[in-house]
Design a protein around this ligand. Structure first.
Ligand SMILES: [Fe+2]
Length: 207
């Protein structure tokens, strides 16, 4: 074959992650503040099956740790857009809507997406693992939005080729991990089985 070849990712789904450094005190404060809030206010019912979920209004809370996290999320969003647009300058989001989740053994979040936002994400102040290992941490699962994996799964493909078309991506919660993805991307949280609560802070980015 002669000629100039190129491979492009068409309709790719952007996924941004950052493992924050020097946030140990913030993580401790978030765990403390979320657990306190969950013990004093009733849960809302959104995607959670069991578990506790705050109202989607922590951006209006006077709690310092929530305000610090929103500033960090704002920075992450700006970095995401800078990388995604090759350095174009964008205004900060109009609002970052923040809420907290506490899943205990048996709790999970069913498949859903976030309408009304452009980007959504989650921050983990701690990993949630017990001694049983990573299988019980309530993984975040992102579903392939295309039909490629459905069609590929019906074909007798060799493994290396099949691996190009995964039907889902599994994110294991880890302390100080922040992830961002398009709000339309369907996702869910696998059942949590650890005796240690799984604490996460989820958010929507509004422009
Ligand atoms: Fe979600």
């Amino acid at each position: 074959m002669t000629g100039k070849a190129k491979l492009e990712q068409l309709f790719a789904t952007p996924f941004f992650s950052v493992q924050l450094a020097e946030v140990h005190s913030l993580n401790q404060a978030l765990v403390r503040d979320v657990l306190e809030l969950s013990s004093t206010t009733p849960s809302t019912v959104q995607s959670n099956v069991g578990g506790w979920q705050s109202s989607k209004s922590l951006q209006d809370s006077p709690v310092q740790s929530f305000a610090e996290l929103i500033a960090i999320i704002n920075d992450a969003v700006m970095q995401f857009f800078s990388i995604a647009t090759d350095g174009k300058i964008l205004a900060s989001p109009k609002q970052i809507r923040l809420w907290a989740n506490v899943n205990r053994a048996g709790d999970f979040n069913g498949p859903h997406y976030h309408a009304g936002a452009v980007l959504s994400g989650v921050y983990y102040p701690e990993g949630g693992q017990s001694d049983a290992g990573p299988a019980d941490v309530g993984t975040l699962i992102l579903k392939d939005p295309s039909r490629s994996s459905v069609i590929a799964s019906a074909l007798p493909l060799p493994d290396p080729l099949r691996s190009i078309f995964p039907h889902q991506i599994v994110i294991e919660p880890a302390a100080s991990l922040l992830v961002l993805f398009p709000s339309w991307l369907e996702h869910w949280v696998a059942p949590h089985t650890s005796g240690k609560p799984r604490i996460s802070l989820a958010f929507d980015v509004i422009y």
